[in-house]
Design a protein around this ligand. Structure first.
Ligand SMILES: *Cc1c(COP(=O)(O)O)cnc(C)c1O
Length: 380
């Protein structure tokens, strides 16, 4: 039996053609023709002042930390159930990650617990849109604005999703995207920073260009370029942007095809949910999602672990769990703290399993479904 992988990167077929065009242009550094095409596309799609390509979502989060002036002793509110970069970008500048529990339905930051976590040291709130399903942004933005605290969206998984009709990444003061090969729209490694405020966008350009006003210089706004702020080199080569452009052009179609796979899973596990063998993802009515991930919540950790083992050992299908909560990780314990109870995070992280989800899975999907149902019965 052929092993079914958990993920396989999807390519549209145009990537190498665009890379070869970028090569012919002879502009290999950042901010070339393809970078500008990608950024203009995203500025339109997200309806924001500026989109800046970065090496990764991690880089976009690091830029965000600089842009909100994180300094030692500051606090950042975020979920513990997230990727390490959500915390690291702030911790590396000396901030304390303050972990808040998640909602039991979407596994997103529980917006009702955010206000209680705020102290005079709080600098920003970083909601993470897990599985491409939106956090409750109205309430999070209200808390941010009542307390004068910035909101930075970790929309690494959220390209193509919306909250009350608005694209994820465009709702906070800053938004960060990932184009890592495990995401929906990819360039191998890659990301973007989305900036709503034009003033802040000018500073973001400087931070991204090693702390220089090089971009303003090329626009003819200053007559020489020089060191004006802290920063680093956060811009990708135009070769990477060329690859990304092939994906962005097809992004609607990619989302549509992923949704078809997601919907088929969802229908297939309805009866198993009825029979209390598993719980399916819950999508609030006011959120549209990009089918980034299909997961199941099993009754407990032991059965989740057994599910993964049997799927691999007996069915040749790779399924995986997700985050080890950051508050329980060695570095999280050293530099972070928990606000209030974190029981939902601890419970659900141990019960979650992700099923294969990639374009091209379609002809194998029945096998994944049949195997999953068989294993769910066996461990029940
Ligand atoms: C993938 C991911 C990141 C990191 O993205 P990179 O582009 O690999 O740096 C950050 N946060 C979340 C929630 C992610 O899923």
């Amino acid at each position: 039996m052929e092993t079914i992988p958990f993920n396989r990167p999807f390519m549209t077929g145009k990537e190498l053609q665009y890379i070869s065009e970028a090569h012919l242009q002879g502009h290999l550094a950042g901010d070339g023709l393809f970078s500008r095409k990608c950024e203009a596309f995203m500025e339109q799609q997200f309806g924001i002042a500026r989109s800046l390509l970065t090496h990764s979502c991690t880089a976009a989060l690091e830029m965000s930390a600089i842009l909100v002036d994180i300094s030692p002793g500051d606090e950042v509110i975020l979920p513990s159930y997230t990727f390490v970069s959500t915390a690291n970008a702030f911790a590396k500048l000396g901030a304390t990650p303050v972990f808040v529990d998640i909602r039991p339905d979407t596994l997103n930051l529980n917006e009702e617990l955010v206000e209680a976590a705020i102290t005079p040291q709080t600098k920003c709130i970083v909601p993470v849109h897990y599985a491409g399903v939106s956090c409750e942004m109205d309430e999070i933005m209200r808390v941010g604005s009542d307390h004068g605290i910035a909101v930075i969206e970790d929309a690494a998984q959220g390209f193509g999703s919306t909250y009350r009709g608005k694209p994820l990444g465009s709702l906070g003061d800053l938004g960060t995207l990932s184009f890592h090969e495990t995401k929906n729209i990819i360039s191998g490694e890659g990301g973007a920073l989305l900036v709503r405020d034009p003033e802040l966008a000018l500073r973001a350009e400087i931070v991204r260009e090693k702390g220089t006003n090089r971009r303003a210089f090329f626009r003819g706004q200053v007559d020489k370029y020089t060191w004006v702020d802290v920063g680093s080199s956060y811009l990708p080569s135009d070769l990477i942007a060329a690859y990304l452009w092939a994906q962005l052009e097809e992004s609607d179609e990619i989302t549509r095809r992923r949704k078809a796979i997601w919907d088929r899973y969802h229908e297939a596990f309805a009866a198993a949910e009825e029979g209390e063998l598993c719980r399916r993802p819950i999508i609030p009515d006011h959120c549209s999602h990009n089918a980034h991930m299909y997961y199941l919540l099993l009754p407990d950790r032991a059965r989740r672990d057994r599910f993964i083992d049997l799927m691999r050992g007996e069915e040749d299908i790779l399924t995986v769990f997700h985050y080890i909560p950051l508050h329980s990780a060695p570095k999280g314990q050293e530099v972070g703290r928990v606000s209030g109870e974190i029981a939902t995070t601890e419970e659900l992280a141990g019960r979650l399993v992700r099923l294969p989800m990639w374009l091209g899975l379609e002809p194998h999907q029945d096998r994944v479904i049949e195997s999953s149902l068989r294993v769910l019965e066996k461990i029940s």
